[in-house]
Design a protein around this ligand. Structure first.
Ligand SMILES: [Cu+2]
Length: 143
């Protein structure tokens, strides 16, 4: 009984420490046009992230997810909440603005899939017409 109570308290405290983050989808931000803000997020397993359709015409799709995590695709102009279930790096983008390098990164705990994420980052950045180099610069913050 005592053991159960302790386990319950541990579970409760883990839930209590889960953080929630918002990422805005913007036509203009501090990093330029067609941008997620913040575009690089460091979080831990159990945290949640809501993509906010602050400006119209955006949505979000995963391109790389941590091993074991689910891929995602949101709907245009709809708020979308993601629970960070696995350790590793997410690379995501806004499908209609991928040519403008509208993409971002979430690191959950350790960057276990860093190589895979880097490969995608380089590919996306290479194909982008506008804001070239922005995603590669974001990736420098992934450790
Ligand atoms: Cu967009």
């Amino acid at each position: 009984m005592k053991k159960l109570l302790v386990m319950g308290l541990i579970l409760l405290s883990n839930t209590a420490f889960a953080e929630h983050y918002d990422i805005k989808m913007l036509n203009h931000g501090s990093d330029g046009g067609m941008v997620f803000e913040p575009a690089v997020l460091k979080a831990k397993v159990g945290d949640t992230v809501t993509f906010k359709p602050t400006n119209k015409g955006h949505w979000v799709q995963s391109r790389v997810v941590p091993e074991g995590a689910e891929k995602f695709l949101s709907e245009e102009d709809k708020e979308f909440t993601l629970t960070l279930t696995h350790e590793g790096v997410y690379v995501y983008l806004c499908p209609p603005h991928r040519m403008m390098n509208m993409a971002g990164l979430i690191q959950v705990g350790a960057a276990l899939n860093k190589e895979k994420a880097e490969k995608m980052v380089l590919e996306l950045d290479k194909r982008a017409m506008d804001n070239k180099g922005r995603l590669v610069k974001y990736f420098e913050q992934i450790q």
